[in-house]
Structure formats: C-alpha cells, structure tokens
Ligand binder design. Sequence first.
Ligand SMILES: *[C@@H]1O[C@H](CO)[C@@H](O)[C@H](O)[C@H]1NC(C)=O
Ligand SMILES: *[C@@H]1O[C@H](CO)[C@@H](O)[C@H](O)[C@H]1NC(C)=O
Length: 505
Amino acid sequence: MADRLTGLQAFHHYLFGPKLHYIYGTKDKKGNKYHGNAIERHCNRLLRLISFVTNLVYYNLPFIGIYLYRNDYTIHQVLVPILSKQALGSIGTLLTSLYLLRGLARYNDNEYSKFIKILRESEKSEPSSRARNMLAQYDFDFKAWPVDYYKPDCKTGAQTKLTPESCSNKNGSRNPGSVVNNYPIEITKYCLAHLFGRRAVFPGSTSFLQAVIGEYLDEGRRKLVEEFGGKRAKLRTADSNNLDSVFVDRRNSIEENGEILVICSEGNAGYYEVGCMETPLACGYSVLGWNHPGFANSSGLPFPKSEKLAIDAVISYAVSSLKFEIKNIVLYSWSIGGYCASAGAMLYPNVKAVILDASFDHLIPLAVDRMPESLLSLSTRPGDIRTNRGNDLAIQLLMSRYPYLFDDESMPIIRAWLSADDKEGRRAVWDSLNFEKDIRAETYMDQYVIKHGIQFPMEIGKDLEFGSKIQILLFLVTKYVIDFEAVHCQPLPPTHFQLPWFHEP
Ligand SMILES: *[C@@H]1O[C@H](CO)[C@@H](O)[C@H](O)[C@H]1NC(C)=O
Ligand SMILES: *[C@@H]1O[C@H](CO)[C@@H](O)[C@H](O)[C@H]1NC(C)=O
C-alpha cells in the first residue's frame, strides 16, 4: 500500500489520470504492455466507444441536420428527447460510474499506483531528477507528460524574419541571378495552405494517417527508448505548442561522432519514431528527433510560423538543456523538413552543417545567404533528373554564394551537368567544352581562400575568363551535390551521410 496516493483528493488522480500504455524495459528487464485489470480494461473500452460515437455525431452534424430537415423534423422534436432529464441523467450516471469503477480498479493496481505517484512527483515545480528519470520508464498519454523545456520567445527582428522579401531584397542587385520572383510562390503557398488545406501538404498531421500507423509509431518509439536509450521530452514552443521529441545521447559512448548532435526534421508524412533518425544513428552521432506541430503527439498545426517556432524551441533545447554547443549541431532534414532546417540555420547561423536530403527549392534561398558559416550539402534524387527540384536548390545555393561564376552562358552548362544521368554523361559535358587549359580549380580555389578569406557571397570569378569560371563552377558542384540514386521515400544510407565539404585550404 505504500505506493498508493491516499486521501480523497488523491483519488481524483486515479479517476482522471492518463492512460498508461507501456512500461519500458531496461538491460535486465523486458518491457511490457500495461494491461490493468479487467475492470479498467472494460471501462476504458466503453469510454473509448462513447468518445468515438460522440465524435462521429459531431463531425456528421451537417449531414444529420440535412436528413432531419428533409424528413420534416423540427428542432423541437429532436432536441427535447435528447435534452430531457431522463436522457441526460442516464448518460451522466453511466459516465460517472465508468470513471468511478476505473478509478477503483486503478487504485487497486500496483503498477498504476506506482506510476501515478511518480507522475505526481514529476509534476511538482521542481521535480527530483530521480522522479523524472523514473517517469521516463513509462509510456502514457503524452498530454499528461510534464513539460521538460519551454522556449517562451522566438528570436525575431529583421535579421531573422522569414519572409521571401527578406531574401530577394538583400542585395538582389549585387546578385542578379538570385532574384526570385516570389509572387507565384506566395500565391501557391497561400492556396496550398488555405484552399487545399494543410492536410494535402502535411498528410502526417491528419488523424487518419496517425490512426493507420499508430502502432508502428509506438513500436518505433519503444525501439528508440529501449535499444538506443532515447530520452523523450516535451518541448513547449513560443506559440504554446507541445512538441514530442526524443534524444539519443552518444557523448559518453565509444562512438566517435557522439560529440556531434544531429537534429532531424522529418518530411510531410514523417515522424521521428519511424523517420530519418535512423541514418545518423547508424553513423554514431548523438541524435535529436522531433515531430512537427500536429504530427502524432505534437500539438498544433504545421503552418510556417509554428514550424519556425518549433525548430527554434528544438535547437534551443539542445543548447540549453542538452548542453550541446551550437557549433557541434548539424541540422538534417528530409523533404519538406528542409524548411525547418533552413529556418533553423537562419536563426542559428553558426550551426556546424545543414544537410538536406531529397529536398527542393523555393523556401530554401531564404536561408541560404544567411548562413555564412554553416555549410550545405544536397543530395539529389533522380526521377527525370532535369525536373529534380534539388537541382534548382543547388543552383540557387551556388548562385548566392558565388554570384560571379554565373552568367547566361554558364547556366545551360551547369544545368546540363546536373541533369546528366551518370559519370559518362558528365564526362561528355566536360569534353564538349574543349577547355584550352586546366586551371586546376581546387588549387585555384584554395589560393583564393587563403588570400581573401571565406565570406559569402564570394567574389571569385569576377575577373576570370569563361573557361576558368566554368571549371571552378563544375568543381564546386561536385563538392556541393551528392548524387544518390533512389526514390523519394528511401532513407539515406549511412555511407551517404557525410558532413558537407568546406573550403579548407
Ligand atoms: C543591398 O541592397 C540594398 C537595396 O536592396 C542597397 O540599398 C544596398 O546598397 C545594397 N548593398 C550592397 C552592399 O550592395
Ligand atoms: C501518442 O503517444 C502515446 C503514448 O506515448 C501513444 O500510445 C500514441 O500512439 C501516440 N499517438 C500517436 C498518434 O502517435
């Protein structure tokens, strides 16, 4: 009995406490599902059924309304029986008895009692770390999980404003190639968000998808916690969303990359439980995964502003709670997660690197010319390679960093190079150029950097003739773009997870 909370006040924790799902295993103990006793199970089942029916009615109110109207029911006829004393009374009695029964059942269950006591301990304003660690052994409704980290404000101001204008205004004149015509993009974004709905852009935020793959998510989370020692945490953003995250610490392990933290931003139907964390984990990095607002157990909706505040909270948590230096943080993203990664790089330009996998352009140029010390590597994935949006992304990145290497003549060449299917294709592009001399681009670049330092945009190419410019440009392309044959949804193999190339004379 020692483990039970006692007193009438305490009993309400048993009545309304969160559902307990699973107790994680440790090295010497296997994890097990929490079943509770038969009474708790039946009560939970009935409560679920009631909530399902209520939701069903609620979401179908318009259709029910039309049906009743067509069949000449009046509002009076419908509402009076529903709102009658007897009806309300029996529903009330039913619910009360279910909650009471469940509360008693939980009270009599050792496992649940132990859990609720630890939960209460952890909810105190300054919980002991022992209580927090013990709580982490339980998988329960995430809504009831205490907040681990709160980022009340976002870095704002002109420097970090995430608008397309801030990109093109920033010396478009000096950088003519990078003038992006933003209006179509803005209009498209608006339509996507409001006309087709964010559901189309972020299917991962629909409850339908979550219901279908819920079990895989639970399994994935178990694997991260039990096999990798993952630490789950709830991060609260400046717009009051709660993000679900998990952190795998490799700092004190034999893994040589453990000192570096890779923060993974998932795609539009991706969750950390089953997402791109896999790759950096296999490479021995410390890894922090999180779910977009509205995805699985993260609250909110994935609109650009909340996405930005979300990545801000995640990086800030990594720095202030997990104690990683910003220069040891790599932002890694898959597909549309590239938006978060680039927003993150704008807010924290000193990150070690940004790696975008299977990403595309549009939102990216905003970030690119704002991250002088960060690096960027792109892996492009073919379909028809010419239509690969990764190519546009690569070109825009290079253009903003090395504007003088670009002109009307170099553009078709670089496009042809990026569109080539394989080595032979690129060889053919090279041969067709008939360079008079090989300027040894790498050496040239090194010497340039020694002389002028590294600062973007670089003025390299300002007084070079065409052939030399192209050679440098093609050299840079081979350094910036990793080409990897795959379909969009295939995870990046660990061998391709490389920190980006950087000017290092
Ligand atoms: C950058 O662009 C602004 C206008 O957008 C201009 O006033 C400013 O002189 C430019 N700065 C440089 C260094 O070219
Ligand atoms: C949310 O978290 C709970 C417990 O951690 C889990 O059982 C549930 O499946 C999660 N929901 C989704 C949609 O992943």
